[in-house]
Design a protein around this ligand. Structure first.
Ligand SMILES: Cc1cc2nc3c(=O)[nH]c(=O)nc-3n(C[C@H](O)[C@H](O)[C@H](O)COP(=O)(O)OP(=O)(O)OC[C@H]3O[C@@H](n4cnc5c(N)ncnc54)[C@H](O)[C@@H]3O)c2cc1C
Length: 222
């Protein structure tokens, strides 16, 4: 049987990214992909969804006048045989993205149980996995402030701590809710709904969260 330094299971965003640092370090790498190289994002997720949303938006605007869940395929991997602890489609991991039960197994992307299920997050995590394999355990994920957008019509975009999270962290917060539909959005985009909620840390006078509902809301948040 041929042996490799690294074996990557799945050729999606997460698996692809592990190849870069490991190959650059001269390691031998094998990738096993059961279906479509590239994974969910280009073949059945982000890209086709945005095409559909663009079409829906175009129809909406012409007439003047919502995405599927994604669960990593870990149940079919017979993880019990490898004694890899997992639950509800996700593998339990430590701070360095290694399986809690088998430190030779790294996990990134959709199979990570506690990170947001976004393609750029998968890409970020796979880079950390590759660098941890090459450099030793130096890199931990920091989910920090990840902006997110629900590509509905109109969009729902958000970034930062939720009001509940901010309160859990003991922050005194001020909440500003504004109906901003009057800002010429109706005339320009035939969109009748535009709304914002901004949460401010009272002590630091700093925005800790912003939600925006409205046309191209995702463009307004960093
Ligand atoms: C409808 C939809 C829309 C989405 N839209 C967005 C978006 O707009 N923005 C965004 O950031 N994220 C979006 N996502 C999430 C994004 O697709 C995922 O975060 C990203 O694909 C995760 O990458 P991954 O490599 O972990 O998993 P995947 O991309 O799912 O790759 C896993 C790969 O592993 C393969 N595989 C599985 N089991 C095995 C096995 N036993 N043996 C060999 N190969 C196997 C699969 O065939 C697949 O190719 C969307 C997801 C869906 C479902």
């Amino acid at each position: 049987m041929e042996k490799y330094d690294v074996v990557i299971l799945g050729g999606g965003n997460a698996g692809m990214g592990v190849t870069v640092p490991t190959r650059a370090a001269g390691m031998s790498v094998a990738m096993i992909e059961a279906r479509d190289l590239g994974g969910t994002c280009p073949n059945g997720g982000c890209t086709p969804k945005k095409v559909l949303v663009a079409a829906a938006l175009a129809i909406h605007e012409i007439e003047e006048a919502d995405c599927a869940g994604h669960v990593a395929n870990v149940e079919g991997l017979d993880l019990g045989t490898g004694v890899i602890a997992h639950r509800e489609g996700h593998i339990e991991i430590d701070d360095h993205l290694r399986s809690r039960s088998d430190p030779d197994v790294y996990v990134c992307g959709a199979a990570v149980w506690n990170s947001p299920q976004f393609s750029p997050v998968a890409t970020y995590e796979c880079g950390l996995v590759g660098r941890n394999i090459v450099d030793g355990l130096r890199h931990r994920p920091d989910d920090g402030q990840i902006p997110a957008c629900l590509y509905t019509v109109p969009d729902l975009a958000s970034v930062g701590l939720t009001e509940a999270n901010a309160k859990e962290q003991g922050l005194g917060v001020r909440v500003h809710v504004n109906d901003i539909a009057g800002l010429a959005i109706r005339e320009t985009y035939a969109e009748t709904v535009a709304w914002s909620k901004v949460i401010v840390d009272e002590t630091a006078d700093r925005v800790v969260r912003a939600h925006l509902v409205g046309h191209a809301g995702f463009r307004a948040l960093p």
